[in-house]
Design a protein around this ligand. Structure first.
Ligand SMILES: Cc1cc2nc3c(=O)[nH]c(=O)nc-3n(C[C@H](O)[C@H](O)[C@H](O)COP(=O)(O)O)c2cc1C
Length: 237
């Protein structure tokens, strides 16, 4: 079988890990694979906290409700949807484009314009007032043209960022598996306390999941893997 498919089919949510060290090189490859996932407008609206120091890991594991995968993991990765870095990200891409010969002035100006429109479209504004105006404008425009609806509230923005964050998480887990590191994604955590512990901003950051990383314990026996049959989840049109 194709190597990537093999890794995808081999990955399981492992619930008990052995204490092993994850080397810096492996960590870097895993995180690099995560950020190579596709993201909406290439905005990469996420942050990853790789928690490995014993004391911090213990505290984070406790905030993951003391779950066994968290307690036994070699490292815990906290994946955060980040809606506070959009302007900085487009600025950073702009600088990168300016430093490369492949992009002429027209291309750079085009990106600048798109980024400006994107910033306006994605801004909820104070008290969500701009978001409400945007909703009204797009609702009216949709009456005569197929346009869809941009994120209008902070909640919509977090939903938007969560999609890209989740794709990066899946890349991270598949890359880990390929490198011999097992994982367990977890949404069982106290989001408010964990955010506070990591010093995150309630305005711009929302924890999407925590991923326990390590080597599967020899004592742990996975249950058989069940999935809904294809016909229950797929419609071919
Ligand atoms: C978003 C998400 C949240 C999850 N949260 C937890 C969790 O808090 N604790 C846990 O033990 N497993 C958690 N899991 C793992 C699932 O239970 C597991 O993926 C599922 O049972 C299928 O098993 P498999 O991944 O081994 O095929 C989570 C998985 C996902 C995708």
């Amino acid at each position: 079988m194709n190597g990537i498919l093999e890794v995808i089919f081999k990955r399981r949510a492992v619930k008990v890990f052995e204490p092993v060290e994850i080397s810096e090189g492996t960590r870097e490859q895993i995180l690099n694979a995560a950020r190579h996932a596709p993201s909406s407008f290439n905005m990469q609206p996420y942050l990853f906290y790789w928690v490995r120091a014993a004391k911090t890991k213990g505290a984070v594991a406790k905030l993951c409700l003391g779950q066994m995968p968290a307690e036994t993991a070699s490292a815990l990765v906290v994946a955060v949807a980040d809606i506070g870095s959009l302007a900085a990200t487009s600025q950073s891409q702009l600088e990168w484009m300016r430093s490369r010969s492949e992009f002429n002035e027209a291309k750079i100006r085009g990106y600048e314009r798109t980024a400006k429109i994107g910033r306006i479209l994605f801004m909820p504004g104070p008290f969500g007032i701009f978001g409400a105006v945007k909703w009204g404008v797009f609702w009216l425009l949709n009456l005569c043209k197929v346009m869809g609806m941009p994120p209008v509230s902070r909640h919509d923005l977090f939903k938007w960022a969560t999609k890209s964050t989740s794709l990066a998480c899946e890349n991270l887990m598949i890359a880990a598996e390929a490198l011999g590191i097992n994982t367990c994604p977890m949404e069982g955590f106290d989001g408010r306390r964990l955010s506070k512990y990591l010093g995150l901003s309630a305005r711009y950051h929302e924890i999407v999941m925590v991923i326990a990383m390590g080597k599967k314990s020899q004592t742990y026996v996975e249950p058989p893997q069940w999935r809904r049959p294809l016909h229950a989840t797929v419609t071919i049109l």
